[in-house]
Design a protein around this ligand. Structure first.
Ligand code: RIB
Ligand code: CA
Length: 318
């Protein structure tokens, strides 16, 4: 049992799947659960994918929680054409995994608060989808939410263009209000945005190292190959969500600069993450924005996942 407890909140598509695998592979914090939300896929598909992946990776015991079905200010959600292309119809590159297990009855925001209350400073929350579950937990009980030891999110773009519009990154664009409420909460958090995730790329050759390691390795490779093959401009994929998990577990992987961040919620620039500039608004520079990463990350990521898949293969054939 580790002292550090890790809780992932995600819209389980392909890079989220790699993030789950990395969290298990790194092993320096106990993965206590995964809360799901809409984004790359519907919330229900995110739950299904998470249950199936955890089982594939030898951890069917880790609980999975249903979260937001749609953005705070809307009453429905449809998966975008872009997500269907990049992540496949099922969010896992059209690779079908055996369906295993079922989600907990506890709603995602309640589990986030329960974990905050129980583990306090030892809890690390990593969000790699829309920030809707986090905003719901914050609205419900800000005092308990503030007990979380560390919050890291993959999202936003401060010094570079967005990936769904010239202004906005996908996780923020999908629910700008939720992200605004979380960023403006004043709580300390780390932003792992496109500023750094676009600099950390995985090639087919690297992912190919996982392919020969049993059922789990083959499936993970097939899932990731879809992601790489659907990148239009490069023959590699950005390691968005795995980088956020890695940073949460090892802060020395990035260099950050503190800002008082907010999110534009309306108009052409909706979803844009910006640093606030008025003196009274920017006294609390609560968001550490990652601007540089260590070259260690990609090789460590590939190697740790390979070692983990080797172990998983041994344990499943024994
Ligand atoms: O912009 C990249 C992010 O959007 C990643 O978290 C990806 O999984 C999608 O949710
Ligand atoms: Ca994601």
């Amino acid at each position: 049992m580790m002292t550090r407890k890790l809780l992932l909140d995600m819209d389980t598509g392909i890079d989220d799947a790699m993030a789950i695998t990395y969290a298990l592979a790194d092993g320096s914090a106990d993965l206590i659960g995964v809360t799901c939300c809409f984004g790359n896929v519907t919330n229900q598909t995110a739950v299904r994918n998470t249950l199936d992946l955890l089982s594939l990776m030898g951890h069917p015991d880790i609980p999975v929680f249903c979260g937001a079905e749609h953005p705070l200010n809307e009453d429905s959600f449809e998966v975008s054409e872009g997500c269907l292309r990049i992540h496949g119809q099922n969010g896992l590159g059209n690779v079908t995994l055996p369906h295993v297990g079922k989600a907990s009855d506890i709603p995602a925001p309640d589990f986030i608060l329960k974990a905050a209350q129980k583990y306090g400073p030892d809890l690390i929350l990593v969000a790699t989808g829309a920030m809707t579950n986090l905003a719901a937990a914050l609205r419900k009980d800000p005092e308990t939410f503030s007990k979380i030891g560390k919050i890291v999110f993959m999202g936003g773009a401060l010094t570079v263009e967005g990936n769904v519009t010239p202004y906005a990154e996908a996780n923020i664009a999908v629910d700008p209000l939720a992200a605004k409420e979380v960023l403006e909460s004043g709580l300390p958090m780390t932003m792992v945005g496109l500023d750094v995730t676009h600099k950390n790329l995985l090639t087919r050759k690297d992912a190919g190292r996982w392919e020969r390691h049993g059922k789990a390795g083959k499936a993970l490779f097939d899932i990731v190959a879809h992601y790489i093959d659907n990148e239009l401009e490069q023959k590699s994929c950005s390691l968005h969500d795995p980088l956020a998990v890695a940073v949460a577990l090892d802060e020395t992987l990035i260099e950050t600069h503190p800002f008082a961040m907010t999110v534009i919620t309306e108009g052409e620039a909706a979803g844009r993450t910006v640093a606030r500039s008025f003196a009274d608004q920017c006294r609390n520079k609560n968001v550490s924005v990652a601007l540089e990463t260590s070259p260690r990350f990609v090789p460590e990521f590939v190697g740790k996942v390979e070692a983990f898949l080797t172990e998983t293969e041994k344990n499943t054939t024994d």
